[in-house]
Design a protein around this ligand. Structure first.
Ligand code: ADP
Length: 476
C-alpha cells in the first residue's frame, strides 16, 4: 500500500504530471467552450429554420382559409405532431388539432388573443414519455381592417433530433480528444523529462573525491543547455578542488622543510655540550627559519582571506609615488645588505583609490623580489621604481625594474601562480630569511592589483633584467 501511495505522491509532484494535467485542463476548457458555441449556433439555426417553416405554412393556411371561407380543414395534410388551432374573433376555439390539450392551449395563448401582431412562442410539450420543444406562431386573421379570428400553428423545433445527435457527437469527440491528448501529452512529457532523470542520477553519483562524471548529453534544447551548464560547473568544481588539494599539499610541503631544519638544529645542539658560538649559530638558523615560517603563515592567511572573499580593500585616495618612496625607504637596509642600489625614478603625482596597507604590500613584494633576484656577479645590481599615468588619463602605473639575470620565457606565464618559483634550486633556504621565498609573493601582488580594478604584467630578458608593471585606475 505504502509504495503505491508514495509513487502516486511522486507522480503528483512530478513536473511531467503537472504539465499534462494543466494541458488537459486547458484543452477541456477549450473543448467545452467550443461545444457550447456549436450547440447554441445549432439552436439558433433550428429556430430560424422553424420560423421560416411556420411562416410558409401560415401563408398556405391563410390562402386556404380565405378561399374556402369556412372552417373546413383537410386534416389529411396535417402530421400527428403538428398543431393547428383556430379561434373566432371573441377568442373561442373553433378548431383544434395536435398533441396539446385545451388547457395547455389556453395557457399558451392567454392574453395574446387581442394583439393584432404575429407572435412566436416556444414551449416544452410532453407527448407520451418524451418532452419535445415546440415552436408556435399565433397570427390574427384580418378582414376589412378588423380582427376576425386567430390562427395558432406549431411544430417541433427539432424534428430530426439533430440537437441530441450533436450533443452526443460533441461529448464523444471531446472525450476521445482529451484521452488522446492526455496519453500523447504524458508520452511527450515523459520523453522530454527523461534527461532530467539522467542529470539527477549523475548528480547523485558525484562525490567530493570523484568529480570526473559528466553528462555529455549532446542535446541542443533547453535540457541540453542545462546539462552543458552542469558539465561546465563540474569542470570548474573539479579544477577548484584540484587547486585546493594542490594548495594544501604545497603549503604543508613549504612548512615541512623549515620544521625539519629546526628539528635537526635543535637535536644537533642538544646531542652534546657545545661551545657558545655553536649555540649562537644554531639559534640564528632557527630564527631565520622561524621568520620564514611567520612570513609564509602570514601570506597563507592573506590568501585564505582572499579566497573566502574577505578583506575587501578600503577606497581612500593615495599617491602611488609617495607609497613607492615609503617602500624604498623601508627596504633600503635589505638593499644595502644585498649590495643592491635602490633608485627612485620619475615619481609624479599618481593618485589612486585604494587600501594603503594592500598597496604597500604589493609594492614591497615587487621591490623585495627585485632586490632578492637581481644579484649578479658581473655588474652592480640596480633596482628602479617609477610611476606615471597613461596617455588617455584613465590609468595609473607603477614600474619596478632591475638589471638582474632575468626570468626564462617559459616561466613568465606561471609567475603569478601560487607557490610557483622560477628557480627552485636557488630558493632553497639559506641563513638569510630575506632571500628565501615561498612562491606566494607575486600571487598576492596580482590579487591586490585585481581587487583594485587593475592588473600586473611581467617582462623579462635573460641577462638584461626584469620589469614588473602594475596598472590601476587613476583617481579623478
Ligand atoms: P617568492 O616568494 O619565491 O619570491 P614570488 O611569487 O614573489 O615568490 O616570485 C615567484 C618567482 O618569480 C620567484 O621564485 C622568482 O624565481 C621569480 N621572480 C620574481 N621576481 C623576479 C625578479 N625581479 N627577477 C627575477 N626573477 C624573479
Amino acid at each position: 500500500m505504502k509504495p503505491l501511495f508514495s509513487s502516486l505522491q511522486g507522480l503528483i509532484h512530478s513536473i511531467r504530471a503537472r504539465l499534462v494535467l494543466w494541458f488537459a485542463l486547458i484543452l477541456a476548457v477549450v473543448l467545452t467552450l467550443f461545444s457550447v458555441i456549436v450547440y447554441f449556433s445549432q439552436v439558433h439555426d433550428l429556430r430560424s429554420e422553424m420560423v421560416d417553416r411556420l411562416e410558409g405554412r401560415m401563408e398556405d393556411l391563410e390562402h386556404t382559409l380565405r378561399s374556402s371561407d369556412s372552417v373546413s380543414i383537410d386534416t389529411a395534410d396535417l402530421a400527428e405532431s403538428d398543431v393547428l388551432v383556430l379561434f373566432n374573433e371573441s377568442g373561442q376555439m373553433t378548431f383544434h388539432w395536435g398533441p396539446l390539450s385545451e388547457t395547455q392551449i389556453t395557457s399558451l395563448v392567454q392574453a395574446r388573443l387581442s394583439e393584432p401582431t404575429e407572435t412566436i412562442l416556444y414551449r416544452d410539450v410532453s407527448s407520451g414519455e418524451r418532452q419535445t420543444t415546440y415552436g408556435f406562431m399565433l397570427s390574427p386573421r384580418m378582414s376589412e381592417q378588423k380582427i376576425s379570428g386567430f390562427v395558432l400553428i406549431g411544430a417541433p423545433l427539432d424534428p430530426g433530433e439533430r440537437l441530441e445527435k450533436l450533443l452526443i457527437t460533441l461529448f464523444l469527440g471531446s472525450l476521445v480528444t482529451l484521452t488522446v491528448a492526455l496519453l500523447g501529452g504524458f508520452w511527450l512529457a515523459d520523453r522530454a523529462m527523461r534527461p532530467v532523470a539522467d542529470i539527477t542520477r549523475t548528480a547523485r553519483a558525484i562525490s567530493e573525491t570523484d568529480l570526473s562524471h559528466r553528462l555529455n548529453l549532446n542535446q541542443r534544447d533547453e535540457i541540453g543547455q542545462l546539462a552543458d551548464t552542469f558539465d561546465a560547473m563540474l569542470s570548474r568544481l573539479e579544477a577548484a578542488f584540484a587547486r585546493q588539494r594542490q594548495f594544501t599539499a604545497d603549503a604543508s610541503h613549504e612548512l615541512r622543510t623549515p620544521l625539519t631544519i629546526v628539528n635537526l638544529e635543535v637535536n644537533h645542539a642538544l646531542a652534546a655540550p657545545r661551545k657558545s658560538a655553536e649555540y649562537q649559530r644554531a639559534l640564528r638558523v632557527i630564527q631565520a627559519e622561524n621568520e620564514f615560517m611567520s612570513e609564509l603563515v602570514n601570506d597563507l592567511l592573506l590568501l585564505a582571506r582572499m579566497d573566502a572573499g574577505q578583506g575587501a580593500p578600503t577606497r581612500e585616495r593615495h599617491d602611488l609615488g609617495d607609497l613607492s618612496l615609503e617602500v624604498l625607504e623601508r627596504l633600503s637596509p635589505l638593499a644595502a645588505r644585498r649590495q643592491v642600489q635602490l633608485e627612485a625614478g620619475d615619481l609624479p603625482e599618481t593618485p589612486v583609490l585604494g587600501d594603503r596597507q594592500y598597496l604597500i604590500q604589493m609594492l614591497t613584494n615587487l621591490v623585495e623580489n627585485a632586490i632578492k633576484y637581481s644579484t649578479r656577479a658581473d655588474r652592480a645590481a640596480v633596482v628602479q621604481i617609477e610611476t606615471g599615468t597613461s596617455e588617455d588619463g584613465t590609468q595609473a602605473w607603477v614600474r619596478v625594474s632591475d638589471n638582474g639575470p632575468g626570468i626564462p620565457a617559459e616561466h613568465l606565464p606561471h609567475l603569478f601562480e601560487r607557490f610557483y618559483r622560477a628557480d627552485a634550486a636557488r630558493t632553497a633556504h639559506d641563513s638569510d630569511a630575506s632571500t628565501s621565498g615561498s612562491g606566494l609573493g607575486l600571487a598576492i601582488v596580482q590579487w591586490i592589483a585585481n581587487i583594485h580594478g587593475g592588473d600586473v604584467r611581467a617582462k623579462s630578458r635573460l641577462g638584461e633584467g626584469s620589469t614588473f608593471m602594475v596598472h590601476l585606475p587613476l583617481a579623478k
